[in-house]
Design a protein around this ligand. Structure first.
Ligand SMILES: NC(=O)C1=CN([C@@H]2O[C@H](COP(=O)(O)OP(=O)(O)OC[C@H]3O[C@@H](n4cnc5c(N)ncnc54)[C@H](O)[C@@H]3O)[C@@H](O)[C@H]2O)C=CC1
Ligand SMILES: O=C(O)C(=O)COP(=O)(O)O
Length: 528
């Protein structure tokens, strides 16, 4: 993928001023507008190719669709559940976050809530402010020797564990991805949730909000916990079912809750917030000077690096691009796109196909199969009128159009990419030679000299008579037909290709038909 050009960025929430400065220093125009209504955002977003948000801006599918020119949604923070990532992907928009920037802050707030729950700090303070001196009511219990269950052992879960161990807590946990030996290295014993629930004095959740984590703590699972268990949610509203939590608080099954996040923010339903055993914050996990400085700075630097073609860091939906920010991979991407275009053009009037097989041959290309497949699909499905396909959405669009894309890397051989359109049997073989994407073979016709695919223009080089056809492209015209019949290459064997269809194909890759026509005429004259 070529470096992504970003010219105008909208920052729709309070993000550290460093973000704006870094973008502006790098020639990007920045507008900051906070508290926009949904309609204002829908109207405004079309003027920008970049959007930077925190957790309050809901970047729905409607917003993504309304944003005709949007290329990047930057999340100055961790959770991207407020962004419709699928819609962004389908529309070719990169979604990027800064996941490490607020880890420590979120972990520290979690620990603060655990400590406050153990000693009723918030309630005691309220009572003092009400003029009371109630030492009996706020009897607490030590954390020392108690069990903390951590659900979600990623960045924040790990930091919470190591901090709470210093209070003498035993930390147990569950995570479907983090291996048990990894978490054991930082003192967390992993077990199934069934085993975990009944052992915990405190439970804290640190997973993203996803269908599989929604309602992880519910009536059923809360009932499996120790009576009086205390729970903390500094991750996302909804991971603990709010209504089930209220019921458990009322029955005493849950002894207290520390909440930073809510299903609806701010929560309109205040029963939980008002409960005497609940201490709550208005989503403050990342609200520290340090976390905001990091997140604001990181998201700006990540965008600038992407624009400069240096690196793609923090993309959550475009991993295929992450490894492609090198001059070499840009060449392979151009090759893939060009091969896709050539095959699309070449086969468009022939048999249909429903499957494409991309085979990469060569050690150097081993890790490139995925982005090469995406590049081939971009070339295959982008016709002259639509420019909607890019490396972000290529595979999603292929799926939508019923095109199945297979890729494989058989034993290393040469650095060659083979694209086969299964069904009609057309095939192209390409490579990068001397820094130029080249075509070696098309539909079984071998070129003795590779055909340059640079800029999607084909330059034919005839070995024996280089003056014959210095550069040829074609369009549907009598000239092309004439060229087919002239066919000086056939006898020489340099190019045994159905030239007419080849020219038809090439015409769709070119905007400048006038110069194309003259090239074809020139070629025809040369060959008479
Ligand atoms: N309150 C706040 O201001 C903040 C909240 N957050 C929230 O915290 C979440 C976690 O952040 P990080 O630790 O940085 O993310 P992370 O990606 O490092 O860790 C999340 C962990 O959850 C695990 N997980 C996924 N599904 C699970 C399941 N069903 N059960 C148990 N574990 C599961 C994953 O395997 C992963 O290890 C974020 O997604 C975000 O929503 C993050 C920062 C600040
Ligand atoms: O980074 C996260 O996931 C957070 O929840 C922090 O949200 P915020 O940037 O403070 O709106």
């Amino acid at each position: 993928m070529s470096p992504v050009s970003i010219q105008r960025v909208l920052i729709s929430e309070s993000v550290d001023p460093r973000c704006r400065s870094i973008l502006q220093e790098n020639g990007i125009e920045v507008t900051e507008r906070q508290n926009m209504s949904k309609d204002e955002l829908l109207a405004e977003i079309k003027n920008y190719d970049g959007l930077i948000v925190r957790s309050a801006t809901k970047v729905t599918a409607e917003v993504v669709r309304a944003a005709g020119a949007l290329k990047i949604i930057g999340r100055a923070g961790t959770g991207v559940d407020n962004v419709d990532v699928d819609a962004a992907t389908k529309n070719g928009v990169i979604v990027m976050n800064t996941p490490g920037g607020n880890t420590i802050s979120a972990a520290e707030l979690t620990c603060a809530l655990v400590l406050s729950l153990s000693r009723n700090v918030a309630q005691a303070d309220m009572s003092m402010k009400a003029g009371k001196w109630d030492r009996k009511k706020f009897m607490g219990s030590e954390l020392f020797g108690k069990v903390l269950g951590i659900v979600g052992l990623g960045r924040i879960g790990k930091e919470v564990a190591t901090r709470m161990q210093s209070f003498g807590m035993r930390t147990i946990g569950y995570d479907p991805i983090t291996p048990p030996d990894v978490s054991a290295a930082w003192g967390v014993e992993q077990m199934s949730l069934e085993q975990l629930w009944p052992q915990c004095d405190y439970i804290t959740v640190h997973t993203p909000l996803m269908p599989s984590t929604t309602g992880l703590l519910n009536d059923e699972t809360l009932a499996k916990c120790k009576k009086g268990v205390k729970v903390v949610n500094c991750a996302r509203g909804g991971i603990i079912d709010e209504e089930a939590l209220l019921r458990a608080l009322e029955s005493g099954q849950c002894g207290g809750a520390g909440l930073d996040v809510y299903v609806e923010e701010p929560p309109m339903q205040r029963a939980l917030v008002n409960h005497p055993n609940v201490i709550s914050c208005p989503h403050l996990g990342a609200s520290t000077k340090e976390a905001q400085a990091r997140c604001g700075q990181e998201i700006a630097l990540q965008i600038v690096d992407m624009v400069k073609g240096k690196a793609l860091v923090g993309a959550v939906n475009a991993q295929v691009l992450a490894s492609t920010f090198s001059p070499e991979s840009h060449l392979w991407i151009r090759l893939g796109e060009a091969m896709g275009s050539v095959l699309r053009a070449y086969t468009s009037s022939k048999q249909p196909y429903s499957k494409v097989q991309v085979t990469t041959l060569g050690e150097r290309l081993k890790k490139s199969t995925e982005f090469l497949s995406s590049a081939v699909v971009v070339g295959l499905i982008t016709d002259g009128s639509s420019h909607g396909a890019n490396l972000v959405n290529a595979l999603a669009l292929a799926k939508e159009t019923g095109l199945s894309v297979n890729s494989s890397t058989p034993k290393p051989a040469a650095c060659v990419v083979e694209v086969s359109l299964c069904g009609c049997g057309y095939k192209a073989l390409g490579s990068v030679q001397a820094g130029v994407p080249v075509l070696l073979q098309l539909d079984g016709c071998v070129f003795r000299q590779p055909v340059s695919l640079a800029g999607h223009l084909l330059f034919f080089k005839a070995e024996s008579s280089p003056q014959l056809l210095p550069s040829v492209t074609g369009e549907i015209s009598g000239d092309c037909k004439r060229l087919t019949s002239l066919s000086p290459w056939r006898p020489s064997g340099y190019l045994c290709l159905d030239y007419y269809w080849f020219c038809v194909g090439m015409s769709s890759l070119l905007g400048d038909l006038a110069s194309l026509r003259s090239l074809v005429k020139e070629a025809a004259q040369l060959t008479v």
